[in-house]
Design a protein around this ligand. Structure first.
Ligand code: NDP
Ligand code: A1CAB
Length: 266
């Protein structure tokens, strides 16, 4: 696949790493205005770094946009004259609707919105996808790319804002939980490196139990909580202090903030 990433920052670099380690490219163009921070990609076969978005677009079929929301509209205007019917446009931009993209480039382009997360760098992104009417003809291509770099789900566009919080911001939420359990493990006597190892692999095990078995989390919790034991003592204390409530409040606050970001873009 001939892929271009327009805007190779935090997310764009993660996508580039995932594509390269998974051998998912015929050619890969990476763009940004200042190329210094992506010099690590120099020297990879068939990977090209450029400040010229139009060059990247002319040389590629799949165009993945990963710029800040405020920059996207001008970039769409810049590249519009160079779009042809070979192109599939994939936008990862938060809060930027398909309708707004079509307002700039028209309805006769395959448009897909993707909401991946930075775990795409290690082939483990949970990515949500949706498309415009025409883009339905190319959604299988997007699913193939993102399934190769993790797991994908095609959803209605109305759910993309929620998907952004659960999946994209979700990486940060889970990191904070891993950090907190690491801090607890240090207090309980492990050194910092050991503590993080214990926290990460326990987290990985918990997620994989659910992925492998398809169980509800509470079924797995029931297998761990010995009556009158230490696990239920800890769990109940966490809930008294508002663990679940705090996570739900935080995620709803994130969701509401996207409405503010959207208004600021207009
Ligand atoms: N970070 C994340 O985990 C996720 C981010 N997103 C979305 O992805 C987008 C990017 O986020 P993130 O990677 O964090 O942001 P960054 O700011 O890290 O990356 C954006 C990149 O775009 C480049 N850029 C700016 N203007 C242009 C231009 N005219 N042409 C080419 N490149 C340009 C910037 O580099 P330079 O200034 O050198 O040009 C910068 O490196 C956002 O819209 C965000 O909402 C979605 C899911 C997850
Ligand atoms: O924090 C943000 O706004 C972006 C969108 C999801 C992840 N990063």
């Amino acid at each position: 696949m001939k892929i271009a990433i327009i805007g190779t920052g935090n997310l764009g670099k993660s996508i580039a790493k995932g594509l390269i380690i998974n051998n998912a490219i015929t050619s890969l163009y990476l763009t940004k205005r200042n190329l210094e921070s992506i010099s690590e990609f120099e020297g990879y076969k068939n990977v090209f770094l450029t400040t010229q978005n139009t060059e990247a677009i002319q040389q590629s079929d799949i165009l993945i946009f990963a710029v800040q929301p405020a920059h996207f509209e001008n970039i769409l205007k810049e590249i519009k004259p160079h779009l042809t019917n070979k192109h599939v446009l994939i936008s990862t931009i938060t809060g930027f609707s398909i309708r707004r993209i079509e307002d700039v480039i028209g309805m006769d382009t395959f448009i897909i919105r993707a909401m991946p997360n930075t775990a795409i760098a290690v082939g483990k992104s949970m990515t949500c996808l949706c498309s415009n009417e025409l883009g339905k003809e190319r959604i299988k291509i997007a699913e193939a790319i993102f399934n190769r770099l993790g797991h994908s789900m095609t959803i209605p566009e109305a759910q993309m804002q929620a998907a952004t919080v659960v999946c994209a911001s979700g990486i940060a939420f889970w990191m904070r939980l891993i950090r907190a359990t690491t801090q607890a493990a240090i207090q309980l006597g492990f050194d910092a490196k050991e503590a993080q190892e214990l926290a990460m692999f326990t987290c990985d095990g918990a997620a994989n139990l659910l992925i492998a078995n398809g169980n509800h989390p509470e079924e797995e919790i029931d297998k761990v909580t010995t009556p009158k034991g230490c696990t239920i003592e800890g769990l109940n204390e966490m809930e008294h202090k508002g663990l679940s409530s705090s996570l739900i409040h935080g995620m709803v606050a994130s969701f509401n903030k996207i409405n503010v970001i959207k208004k600021e873009q207009l």
